[in-house]
Write a protein that binds this ligand. Structure first.
Ligand SMILES: Cc1ncc(COP(=O)(O)O)c(C=O)c1O
Length: 443
């Protein structure tokens, strides 16, 4: 049993369950204070891309903190921030090259929807105030980003406080919300966006927000590429801004710098976080088209900001992570190792309750169902994803659970999304542990 802080004054992320205490982490491994080793099969929460324990990131943070640790974003810019924004622009989807740096993915999405609203207002369209969301999705845990998220389990306690946002069917083929089958469906979920815009009135809609691959809400479900092209075209036709939420997929996770590359999407706004700093500092960002920034400037500015926006130490940490991603060609590595992880995970399909194995790059989901032929999920109370996650941790493997993916309430998946430096023996070990845990739980 790992050493525990039994007299803790921490208001913990998990109440009623003591957590092991981390001692150190290096590469793909984490150790607790009792000397137990864990293989980080999930990069925490799909965050750690360049690996744990990178001295050069720590040194960059230290240098910037010692030189100019904090300035307010309305008073100064910094070389670290300017250089970082310039370098990110070389990897961003074409034209999406102005960076607004914040402290997390939820903040990034809050910022993006406010940019969309402010942009339309600046152009004399103050009636555009709605943001269209998808039925299965996750965009954050602040009240507005939760309002945009299709996660009934997370929304339930706060439902009376959430803002209404028009919903469209998510492109989640394994549990199609429209009960259709790809490709015979003709990608009906893309038509749904058109129908909802017609119902709401296109001139009332500011933005459409979508993850390029459904992350924690669906366990790495990849939409048909045609869906992305068609919804982007619909948005363009109606003057609606397309917000590409790449908080989970950005910075190489899918084997491309941004998942937009896979479909050729050119979003108006792109949000990011997680792998941007590899976990070394809290971060989020919005990449915007210059025309949007220019419109806001002409209208007198963008009324928004946080105390820690545009933080120089955050920028220095992210710049060091970007250096590593480029120098070690880790995005290419994510693609190559991701393909190998996918091949290894495919063998789990022989388990009677593994319904689907899906993903791209180093972002994979294994969905567990009660009845594979009908894809019927386990009831929520059975807690299958939680049980697999807990057993894996006991066996020294960190996986990331996803619940509610089948119908909003029921549905169990676990995600594997290791750091890009993962080796083949480590991939073998991860899949072996998961395989054994599924067998031990009768799955
Ligand atoms: C796609 C997506 N958007 C937004 C967020 C929210 O980011 P954060 O937890 O950093 O606020 C997440 C977090 O999991 C995410 O996966």
């Amino acid at each position: 049993m790992p050493a525990l802080h039994t007299d803790s004054h921490v208001f913990s992320r998990v109440l009623g369950r003591p957590l092991p205490v981390v001692a150190r982490a290096k590469g793909v491994e984490v150790w607790d204070t009792d000397g137990r080793r864990y293989l980080d099969g999930a990069g925490g929460a799909v965050v750690v891309n360049v690996g744990h324990g990178r001295e050069e990131v720590a040194a960059a943070i230290g240098r910037q903190a010692a030189t100019a640790g904090y300035v307010h974003g309305t008073q100064f810019t910094s070389d670290a921030l300017e250089e970082y924004a310039r370098r990110v622009a070389t990897h961003a989807p074409a034209g999406c090259d102005r960076l607004y740096l914040v402290s997390g993915g939820s903040e990034a999405n809050e910022t993006a929807v406010k940019i969309a609203r402010a942009y339309h207002r600046s152009r004399g369209e103050p009636g555009r105030r709605k943001v269209i969301r998808r039925s299965v999705s996750y965009h954050g845990n602040t009240l507005y980003t939760l309002s945009l998220s299709g996660r009934p389990n997370l929304r339930a306690p706060y439902e009376p406080m959430l803002v209404e946002a028009p919903e469209v069917a998510a492109p989640f083929c394994y549990h199609c919300p429209l009960e259709r089958t790809f490709p015979d469906c003709g990608v009906a979920c893309a038509d749904d966006l058109e129908a909802v815009i017609a119902r709401e009135g296109g001139d009332t809609v500011a933005a459409f927000v979508a993850e390029p691959i459904l992350g924690a809400s669906a366990g790495a479900a990849v939409p048909p590429e045609e869906y992305v092209r068609r919804t982007a075209e619909t948005c363009r036709r109606h003057g609606i801004l397309y917000i590409d939420d790449e908080v989970m997929t950005g910075f190489g996770r899918t084997g491309a710098w941004f998942a937009a590359e896979w479909s050729g999407l050119r979003p108006d706004l792109l949000t990011c976080g997680k792998g941007m700093s590899g976990g070394y500092v809290p971060v989020g960002g919005v990449l915007a088209r210059p025309a949007i920034v220019d419109a806001l400037e002409s209208a007198g500015g963008f009324v928004h900001g946080f105390t820690f926006s545009h933080h120089p130490v955050t920028a220095a940490a992210c710049l060091a992570v970007l250096d590593i991603l480029e120098r070690e060609r880790l995005v290419e590595r994510a693609q190559a190792m991701g393909a190998r992880l996918g091949q290894r995970l495919a063998r789990l399909r022989s388990h009677p309750h593994v319904g689907d194995v899906r993903g791209r790059g180093l972002m994979w989901g294994v969905e567990l169902v009660e009845d594979a032929p009908t894809r019927r999920p386990f009831p929520r109370a059975a807690g299958r994803a939680a049980a697999v996650t807990a057993r894996c941790l006991q066996a020294g493997l960190i996986v990331y659970p996803s619940t509610g993916c089948a119908n909003g309430v029921d549905g169990d998946a676990v995600m594997l999304a290791p750091p890009f430096v993962v080796t083949e023996p480590e991939l073998d070990e991860m899949v072996d542990v998961l395989d054994r845990v599924l067998s031990a739980l009768g799955l």
